[in-house]
Design a protein around this ligand. Structure first.
Ligand code: SF4
Length: 483
C-alpha cells in the first residue's frame, strides 16, 4: 500500500509567475496591503510561493514563503513591513514537487552598490551558459532560480556602469529568452519586458503612484487605472522625477505567448489591447466553424474552457449550459494512500452536473490536452452522468513541442499529441468525436493585438533561440525552474 502525492492539475500546462511593483507618491497609500491585494489578483499565475518586499530608505524588508497568498501573509507578518516608497510582489509556480524555498521571490540581494530586489516571470534560455560562466568565476548560487541569475548579471554589470539603468541595459544584452521583470534599486523601480514580449507586463496608476504588474486584472483588484502594456524591449524607470521610458533592445519579431490567451491569463485581463475573454470566445466561434457538430448543449471545462464554450454556443446556436461544478476548496496537490483513490479525488475536484447533461448530446470544450488523462476522466464523468454523446472540442491546436519560454510544457514524451493522431486520442479519451482549433484559427483569436505571437509548442517554430543543451540535462532543473 503506497501513499502518493497527486497533482489534480497534472494534465494541464502550468502557469508561471505573477509580478507586481508600486512606486508610492501618495503618502496615504498602504502599499503593503495594496501589494497583497494585487497578488490575490495574480494568484492564478502561481500558487507555490508568494512574497512582498518593501524598500524602506534603500533597505529591503521581505516576507515570503511557500504557499498561496492567503497562507503566506498574515496580519502579524505583514505588520512587520513598513510602508516603503517602493514595494515589489511575486507569486510563483514551480514544476517540482520538491519545493524550493530559496527560489521564492521577490529575491533580495546585497552587493557592492547597495541592495536590489527583483521579481521575475519567464525563463532564461541561455541560463546554463551564463551560470557556467559565473560559476567558473567563483560565483555561488543559493537557488536555481532565474531571478538569482538575472540579479547576479545585473550586479556584475553594475560594477562598471554609471547607473543601475546602464547595468540593466548591459544585462539585457547578455540574457536571452522570456523575462517580464520588476526590480528595485535603493531609489528606483525598473520594469523590463524582453524584446520578444513573451510574457505580459502592464503599467497602471493608482492616484499619482505608478504600478507595474503582469496582468490588468491585478490593477482592477487594487482600483488602479490601466495605462498601457509595457512594450517588448522597453525599460521603464520610475523615480522621484517621474516615469522614463526607453526601448533598449528590439527583436526581429515580437512573439507573445498565445497560450496566455488560451489558458494562462485571467479572462478579465486585457493584454496587448485584446480582452482575454473575447479571445477565448472567438476561439470557440472558430472552433465551431472548423469542427461543427449536432448536439443539445455546449459546456466548458472550468475555468478556461468556459469562455470558448460561450463562443462555440454563439456560433452554433447550440444552448450553452453548465456541465461541471468545480470544487474551489481543493488545492493543486493532494495526497492519498491508495492508487485507486485518484479517480475519487478527481471527482471531488470536478463533478458533472447531471441535471443538465443527462440524456443530452454534449459538446464539451477544454483549452488543451497534455497527457490525455484528464480529458478521459471528463468524458467518463459526462457519460456516468447520463450524457448520450460526448463531443470534445479543444480551443487550441495539439501540443506537440516543449515550451522554453516560461511554461511547464517540457517533454515531448509527455504530450499525447506527439504520439497519437486526433482519431487515436479520441478513442483513447472515449469521446464520440474530437476536434482541435487549427493553427490558422489560433492566429485569428487575437488578430487585432498590437504584437506578434509565439505558437512554438503547437507549430514547433520558435521565434527566439532555444537552449542549445538537451532540455533535460544536468541543468534541466534550472532551465525549467519556471518563474
Ligand atoms: S512555446 Fe507555447 S507556451 Fe511557450 S511561449 Fe510559445 S506559445 Fe507560449
Amino acid at each position: 500500500m503506497n501513499s502518493f502525492d497527486f497533482d489534480v492539475n497534472s494534465d494541464k500546462a502550468h502557469e508561471e509567475c505573477g509580478v507586481f511593483g508600486i512606486y508610492r507618491v501618495n503618502d496615504e497609500l498602504d502599499c503593503v496591503s495594496i501589494a497583497q491585494d494585487a497578488l490575490y489578483g495574480l494568484q492564478h499565475r502561481g500558487q507555490e510561493s508568494a512574497g512582498i518586499a518593501v524598500n524602506k530608505d534603500g533597505e529591503f524588508i521581505c516576507v515570503k514563503d511557500l504557499g498561496k497568498v492567503s497562507a503566506v501573509f498574515s496580519d502579524k507578518n505583514l505588520s512587520k513591513l513598513p510602508n516603503g516608497k517602493i514595494v515589489l510582489g511575486h507569486v510563483r509556480y514551480t514544476p517540482f514537487a520538491n519545493l524550493d524555498r530559496a527560489s521564492s521571490q521577490p529575491l533580495v540581494i546585497r552587493y557592492i552598490k547597495g541592495s536590489l530586489a527583483i521579481s521575475h516571470n519567464g525563463s532564461i534560455t541561455n541560463y546554463t551558459q551564463i551560470r557556467n560562466e559565473l560559476e567558473s568565476g567563483g560565483a555561488i548560487f543559493q537557488s536555481n532560480s532565474n531571478a538569482e541569475l538575472i540579479a547576479y548579471v545585473i550586479a556584475t554589470q553594475r560594477i562598471n556602469s554609471s547607473s543601475i539603468e546602464e547595468a540593466v541595459i548591459k544585462s539585457a544584452e547578455k540574457i536571452e529568452g522570456a523575462y517580464s521583470l520588476i526590480l528595485s534599486s535603493p531609489n528606483k523601480l525598473i520594469a523590463l519586458r524582453d524584446p520578444h514580449g513573451f510574457r505580459p507586463l502592464c503599467l497602471g496608476k493608482l492616484l499619482d503612484s505608478y504600478v507595474v504588474t503582469s496582468e490588468s486584472c491585478a490593477l482592477d483588484s487594487i482600483g488602479a487605472k490601466f495605462l498601457r502594456d509595457i512594450k517588448p524591449g522597453e525599460m521603464l524607470v520610475i523615480d522621484d522625477k517621474g516615469l522614463h521610458s526607453q526601448i533598449i533592445k528590439t527583436a526581429e519579431k515580437t512573439s507573445f505567448c498565445m497560450f496566455e490567451y488560451v489558458y494562462i491569463a485571467r479572462p478579465d485581463s486585457v493584454i496587448n489591447g485584446v480582452s482575454v475573454h473575447l479571445a477565448r470566445k472567438k476561439a470557440g466561434e472558430i472552433l465551431y466553424k472548423e469542427h461543427p457538430v449536432e448536439a443539445d448543449i455546449v459546456c466548458g471545462v472550468p475555468d478556461s474552457g468556459l469562455d470558448a464554450a460561450q463562443g462555440f454556443s454563439k456560433a452554433s446556436g447550440i444552448p450553452y449550459a453548465i456541465g461541471f461544478v468545480k470544487n474551489k476548496y481543493i488545492g493543486r496537490q493532494i495526497s492519498g494512500r491508495h492508487q485507486d483513490k485518484k479517480e475519487r479525488l478527481l471527482k471531488t475536484k470536478l463533478n458533472a452536473l447531471k441535471a443538465n447533461v443527462e440524456g443530452k448530446r454534449v459538446v464539451i470544450i477544454d483549452d488543451s490536452i497534455i497527457r490525455g488523462n484528464t480529458s478521459k476522466h471528463i468524458v467518463k464523468l459526462l457519460r456516468d452522468a447520463g450524457a448520450v454523446q460526448v463531443h470534445m472540442r479543444i480551443s487550441s491546436p495539439p501540443f506537440r513541442h516543449p515550451c522554453y519560454f516560461g511554461t511547464d510544457i517540457k517533454s515531448q514524451d509527455e504530450l499525447i499529441a506527439n504520439r497519437m493522431t486526433a482519431d487515436e486520442i479520441c478513442r483513447y479519451i472515449g469521446a464520440d468525436s474530437l476536434g482541435y482549433l487549427s493553427l490558422d484559427g489560433l492566429s485569428k483569436i487575437a488578430d487585432n493585438a498590437e504584437i506578434g505571437f509565439c505558437d512554438g509548442c503547437f507549430s514547433g517554430n520558435y521565434c527566439a533561440p532555444i537552449p542549445q543543451e538537451e532540455f533535460v540535462d544536468k541543468y534541466s532543473q534550472k532551465l525549467i525552474n519556471i518563474e
